[in-house]
Design a protein around this ligand. Sequence first.
Ligand SMILES: [Zn+2]
Length: 91
Amino acid sequence: MRLAKCCRPVPGDTIAGYVSLGRGITIHRADCKNVKALMKSPERFVEVAWEGGNESSYRVELQIDEYAGAPVTAEQRPEPDGGEDPGGRAP
Ligand SMILES: [Zn+2]
């Protein structure tokens, strides 16, 4: 689930969940103008509620933002052995 950027619902707001294809459920405020437009497809709305008290839901949004801005972790691999010259300086 993700919170819509257009209306930024906060805990306590009346919210509606819109099922986006391939993106899961987007949470809008019930009075969002986009919701009114999306209501042309009412079958794609689901009932949603803030779960586990208000704070945890708010934390979900923060985690999403952090995740989006996290740098990509570089993968470090050791050099494979066997690249050494086996002694070309014989006397
Ligand atoms: Zn919205």
